[in-house]
Design a protein around this ligand. Structure first.
Ligand SMILES: C[S@@+](CC[C@H](N)C(=O)[O-])C[C@H]1O[C@@H](n2cnc3c(N)ncnc32)[C@H](O)[C@@H]1O
Length: 190
């Protein structure tokens, strides 16, 4: 199967399934363009409405890591500082950081309108940015993982928890064709 292959069953329904609302994702003071490109590519794949950076002056060309060319499909904002950050009204800012007091991601209810913000490769989200966050979540890992990887896990969790998928069978493997058909009917009624 090639990277761009979309199964026929997914063409009629929206793929990936999207919950109501929208989300954006970005990073503060990110410094490696391949990490930003990787994050933007995943954001595009998961159906983000826009991507952003805050205070990332040294980013040169993220395009070589973003082979999906997300900037052709969704807006990207480079906000020079926190004061320049302009989120749409009602959009909740969700910090993603491995810190004491953050909510465990598996126990977190995602806001329907959310902007997720990650920290720099060397360091953490600034206290100023954390103070602006409506929520902060942490991924249950022993230590910090790659920033783009952390972003992808958060986006997967959002999709997994806010949209419907066919139930997992009791035994190993995927759902049967019958179960999938029943589920497709249910989703159409959503
Ligand atoms: C590579 S980490 C930063 C390095 C880290 N502060 C350190 O020195 O150990 C980059 C960013 O990825 C995100 N991140 C990585 N692992 C995470 C986790 N387990 N939970 C939440 N965020 C995580 C955070 O946004 C973090 O600021």
């Amino acid at each position: 199967m090639t990277e761009t292959h979309v199964p026929e069953t997914h063409v009629k329904d929206r793929w990936p399934p999207q919950p109501r609302g929208y989300f954006a994702i970005g990073a503060e003071r990110i410094s490696k363009s391949r990490n930003l490109g990787n994050l933007m590519r995943s954001a595009h794949g998961f159906g983000a409405s826009f991507t952003f950076t805050v205070g990332s002056r040294y980013i040169d060309d993220e395009s070589y890591a973003d082979t999906s060319k997300s900037q052709l499909h969704l807006p990207h904002y480079n906000w020079p500082s926190l004061d320049d950050m302009a989120l749409p009204g009602g959009c909740r800012l969700v910090g993603v950081e491995l810190i004491e007091g953050a909510h465990d991601l598996p126990s977190f209810r995602h806001p329907l309108r959310a902007a997720y913000v990650l920290g720099p490769e060397k360091g953490s989200l600034s206290p100023e940015l954390l103070a602006k966050c409506d929520h902060v979540v942490k991924i249950p890992t022993m230590f910090c993982i790659n920033v783009a990887m952390a972003g992808a896990i958060v986006m997967y969790d959002r999709l997994r928890t806010l949209t419907r998928f066919a139930d997992r069978p009791v035994g190993e493997g995927g759902p049967s064709a019958d179960d999938l058909r029943r589920f497709a009917d249910l989703r159409r009624k959503d």
